[in-house]
Ligand binder design. Structure first.
Ligand SMILES: Nc1nc(=O)c2c([nH]1)NC[C@@H]1CN(c3ccc(C(=O)N[C@@H](CCC(=O)O)C(=O)O)cc3)C=[N+]21
Length: 338
């Protein structure tokens, strides 16, 4: 919270400077613009960093404490099943970090690794097995799946009560309807909202732009912002005036999957920027031969925003924290309904 206070002080100081400058404009013939320019150059705003890694760590601690408290009476720990098909390097990395996170908070993790050429039928059998397993509270089928498998058919087969990814059409549908509560909200958009909440950002009454309209991030993120009383515009590849729409927004969620597409001059001064993108770009000087960048040109945007998430260390760790939170929610519901 310390940085929030600093942030508010900095904003207040800026406003005071501007107020002090205003009478001078009236007294002299120098234009307001000319007068403010050297001031702005002397004090470039540097956005406060929203530390997703730290916030996710806090959440994992909260979850671990709750598991400690609940598991004795429940007779078992929460269980998460992760299904991986094929051998994509990035998917393997993600699945490994999910299992590690499970261990850290005291969950039991179940895993099935299937060959790239596994049949859809066989994959559906694995899903059905986990649906029926009383020790499993959440099921995650790592995406993307190989081309020969109908992704939606697999996601639809996951029991609604175990759909911790929140990808089942009924979960997304409930999110879209007023007065309905989805069983689970997708982890990445839920993580974005949690970052806003834990950074003290008020959403109600604000304008928000969501860049990207995917089922798994853009769409549910827009619905969540709208449910939190923001006025939301979605921007996508066919939006002719994307920059203009983004520039009008108090809150920007970038989830278009294009490295550094959202430039600094798309951002309204003082806006809050949540960057969902994780793009690998070649970098010979990096240990792995590549580095990760977001969908936002970070340095440029940080110079105008009031707060911004970094990549890595922003939304990514929150996605996993929300997966654990969803699994814990499912566990509590299932234990209570026994
Ligand atoms: N059924 C399904 N559910 C998912 O939630 C899902 C999926 N499929 N397929 C792939 C995407 C991607 N995803 C990420 C999770 C964590 C990080 C993460 O923790 N990133 C770290 C480190 C990244 C690194 O250093 O490699 C960071 O941003 O700081 C990133 C990306 C979940 N996804």
């Amino acid at each position: 919270m310390a940085f929030l206070q600093q942030q508010q002080q900095r904003l207040a100081a800026g406003q005071q400077r501007q107020r002090a400058a205003a009478p001078a404009v009236l007294r002299s013939s120098i234009s307001r613009r000319t007068l403010l320019r050297p001031l702005a150059a002397a004090a470039p705003t540097k956005a406060g960093l929203i530390d997703g890694k730290k916030i996710a760590e806090d959440i994992r601690k909260e979850i671990a404490a709750e598991v400690q408290q609940l598991q004795k009476a429940a007779g078992r720990a929460p269980g998460l099943a992760v299904v991986l098909v094929g051998a994509r390097k990035d998917s393997e990395t993600y699945v490994r970090s999910k299992k590690k996170a499970c261990a850290e908070v005291g969950f039991e993790s179940f895993g099935t690794d299937l060959a790239e050429d596994v049949s859809q039928e066989e994959l559906l059998r694995v899903v059905a097995q986990y649906n029926a397993d009383p020790k499993v509270d959440g099921i995650l089928v790592q995406l993307p799946l190989p081309k020969h498998i109908n992704e939606q058919a697999v996601l639809d087969a996951i029991s609604l009560e175990k759909d911790v990814d929140g990808f089942h059409p009924q979960n997304i549908g409930s999110l879209a309807m007023r007065g309905r509560n989805p069983t689970f909200v997708s982890c990445t958009p839920k993580g974005c909202m949690e970052l806003l909440k834990r950074s003290g950002v008020q959403v109600a009454g604000k304008t928000a732009a969501v860049v990207g309209r995917s089922n798994i991030v853009g769409l549910p993120a827009a619905l969540l912002l709208q449910n939190a009383d923001a006025t939301v515009t979605m921007v996508h590849s066919r939006t002719p005036n994307a920059e203009e729409v983004v520039r009008a927004a108090d809150i920007v969620i970038a989830a278009c999957g294009k490295a550094e597409m959202v430039k600094g001059d798309w951002i309204k001064p003082g806006a809050v920027v949540i960057d969902v993108g994780i793009n690998a770009v070649d970098d010979a000087s990096a240990k792995r031969g590549y580095r990760l960048v977001g969908d936002v040109a970070f340095a440029e945007a940080a110079a105008v925003a009031s707060m911004i998430t970094p990549v890595p260390g922003g939304v990514g760790p929150m996605t996993i924290a929300m997966l654990l939170q969803n699994t814990l929610e499912g566990y509590k519901r299932r234990v209570a309904s026994r």
